[in-house]
Design a protein around this ligand. Structure first.
Ligand code: AHR
Length: 643
């Protein structure tokens, strides 16, 4: 008996039918302080708990050497923002056993060869005049990589700064910063005391920005050519309660004037990475800010009543927009100038709150309206984003003012994304508002908020990347409607207890970093697409029982190139017949970039950062009608030249 074979799948690209424009803002980044994303991550600062406010009773992440005693002192504040200090008793110090304070950074301090570090701290002393030695040393104390001396310490608060330069050393991370003395005190009194505040250590930063970012992580992000940055959250915007929301006015100006706050992800934030730093990051990577303003709702389900109670928060949002965009003669524009940035930033989108669909009180409509009216009155050109999207029930979707854009979040299994990718947004009414998918990610099997996910690697496997890529074909194909999208969370410190969520796009420890397969899928989509969405059709697509082959096609109107993306989630090579209608000719030679894995569970990690990375190749035999084999578990971008 003759064997039945499955007919070969067919993709038809209708190059004479443009269904819409690819949004120029489609690919961006979402960020917040989660998983030690800034402090212990992107932010260049290497000292953990530099302001001693992470715990009111104990100098956590600090220790003493030389038998010294250290304690938190509330009686010797630097100022009202940094209202505690670390007290060091030097009375046991000696030439052979210096007494001092030690910080081990965020799971280590990276030491690299021929590198200049900038160390600084505030200090004041009693019965002690100096000197102090500042050194970068191995954790076991055996090797000093670099050291410098502060000859004198004053009796009043003063800032001290030194440069530490390493030599020809091997990169390592098991290191610490030590500030110590061999003198127990002055000649007359051998019981010296020194108080410290804002102890800081900075390595070189990306583009040499002062108070800037870690170069390797910045480079990975820059390589993906993101168009926007959604900040500052996420839950980080809201805070667990009103007192702990992201209060932007406390995150600007000199670092020692920033009090810091507890983040909802369970750790302290010095706010050294505040509003100016988010904007600096945008500038470094040529991204446009998508600014989320606090809208009076917090994670404990409390809300500020619309009306006079909410008015100060609305004013804060207007001030914030002025800080970002205002001329130098406006109050907050001038403040931005004082903070070191004369030029205004471009800002088209403001998001009002975060995930306000969790607010069961029904207050969001009133809150959104109040923000919307005030923003539109002063900044009519700004697009206001509602955080209650089409996904939500009718009851929640009450909007007295039509949002310009709605933000929808999707944390779904790879299989769910694959199920939805072929037609999820294709059927949406184009007359409804635009959509921003401000958070999304595919997980393999275990939802991010299930404790069991803690057993898994912090970044996703190729299985999830296939789900992501399938989903992105849907987003790109519908990007006339979906104006922006960003994966979340972006960053994770891979150390034990370094994360509060998985999966995450990019992982790192103190020394190294890597992109997950999902990162590379993002990068491929973000860096290779046209500006016109082309109509497509398909036949004989495999489904097992969920769909397994996904695709979309765009064209670059400048050079006529057609960019076809194909995702094969099957464990077998899939031949596909590709037909391109509406063009005279396709060049026989083109370019393919593909990402593939031998097994869906394969992934990248600190130890194997480049196991799965995109590979480029020249392809031949192309035309208006050709057959191409797509490897098992693969994501392919095919560039076809039209003639
Ligand atoms: O991305 C992690 C969290 O998921 C965000 O903080 C929140 O907005 C969402 O619920």
């Amino acid at each position: 008996m003759a064997q039945m074979t499955n007919p070969i799948p067919q993709l038809i690209i209708k190059a004479d039918q443009v269904t819409g424009q690819v949004s120029p803002m489609l690919y961006g980044l979402m960020t917040e302080e989660i998983n030690y994303a800034y402090e212990g991550g992107l932010y260049g600062e290497l000292i953990r708990n530099r302001t001693f406010k992470a715990n009111p009773h104990e100098a956590i992440f600090w220790s003493a050497v030389g038998g010294a005693v250290i304690s938190i002192d509330t009686n010797q504040p630097l100022n009202t923002a940094l209202n505690v200090s670390l007290k060091l008793d030097t009375s046991k110090a000696s030439k052979t056993c210096p007494a001092g304070i030690v910080n081990g950074g965020y799971w280590g301090i990276p030491v690299r060869p021929n590198t200049t570090y900038h160390a600084s701290f505030y200090a004041k002393a009693e019965d002690f005049k100096g000197p102090l030695t500042v050194s970068l040393a191995s954790t076991n104390g055996k090797t000093v990589w670099a050291a410098a001396t502060v000859p004198k310490v004053s009796g009043d608060w003063q800032k001290y700064e030194v440069t530490l330069k390493t030599g020809e050393v091997a990169p390592s991370k098991d290191n610490q910063l030590v500030i110590a003395t061999t003198k127990p005190g002055t000649f007359f009194a051998h019981h010296g005391k020194i108080w410290f505040q804002q102890v800081s250590l900075f390595p070189p930063t990306y583009k040499n920005r002062v108070n800037g970012n870690r170069p390797d992580l910045s480079q990975l992000l820059d390589d993906a050519q993101p168009k926007f940055l959604r900040f500052p959250g996420g839950n980080y915007l809201e805070g667990d309660n009103l007192k702990e929301h992201f209060d932007w006015k406390k995150t600007i100006g000199p670092l020692e004037q920033r009090p810091g706050h507890r983040s909802p992800w369970g750790y302290w934030s010095t706010d050294g990475f505040g509003l100016p730093e988010f904007l600096g990051w945008c500038e470094d990577l040529h991204m446009e800010p998508v600014l989320a303003v606090f809208a009076g709702y917090t994670l404990n389900h409390n809300y500020v009543k619309p009306g006079p109670d909410l008015a100060p928060y609305v004013q804060d949002a207007l001030d914030e927009i002025e800080y970002v965009t205002g001329e130098t003669n406006t109050i907050w524009g001038a403040r931005r100038v004082r903070d070191g940035h004369p030029a205004a930033f471009k800002l088209h989108y403001v998001e009002i709150g975060n995930e306000d669909w969790f607010d069961e009180s029904g207050s969001y409509d009133g809150r959104f309206t109040q923000f919307y009216d005030a923003i539109k009155a002063k900044y009519p050109q700004i697009q206001c984003i509602s955080t209650v999207g089409n996904e939500q029930s009718e009851k929640k979707r009450v909007h007295s003012r039509k949002p310009d854009v709605v933000d929808e979040h999707y944390y779904r299994s790879a299989t769910d994304f694959e199920q939805e990718a072929p037609n999820r947004f294709d059927k949406y009414d184009r007359n409804d508002g635009k959509i921003f998918i401000g958070e999304w990610a595919a997980y393999e099997d275990i939802v991010p908020w299930n404790k069991k996910s803690e057993q898994l690697a912090p970044t996703p496997s190729f299985k999830a990347a296939l789900g992501d890529a399938a989903w992105m074909t849907a987003l790109e194909r519908n990007s006339d409607l979906i104006v922006m999208q960003c994966y979340a969370p972006l960053l994770v410190n891979v150390n034990p207890r370094g994360r509060q969520w998985r999966p995450n796009l990019i992982g790192y420890d103190a020394l190294n970093s890597y992109g997950s397969p999902s990162y590379y899928a993002q990068k491929m989509f973000s860096t290779q697409h046209g500006d016109q969405i082309l109509a497509t059709d398909s036949q004989n697509m495999p489904a097992d029982p969920t769909p397994k082959l996904f695709f979309d096609a765009t064209r670059d109107s400048q050079n006529g190139k057609i960019i076809l993306k194909v995702v094969n989630s099957l464990g077998t090579t899939q031949p596909v017949k590709i037909q391109i209608n509406g063009v005279a000719q396709i060049a026989a030679t083109g370019k393919a970039v593909f990402l593939k894995a031998d097994r869906p569970e394969d992934t990248n990690s600190i130890l194997e950062p480049q196991k799965i990375v995109p590979v480029s190749e020249t392809v031949n035999g192309l035309g208006t009608d050709f057959i191409r084999d797509f490897p098992a578990y693969s994501i392919t971008v095919l560039e076809l030249e039209t003639k």
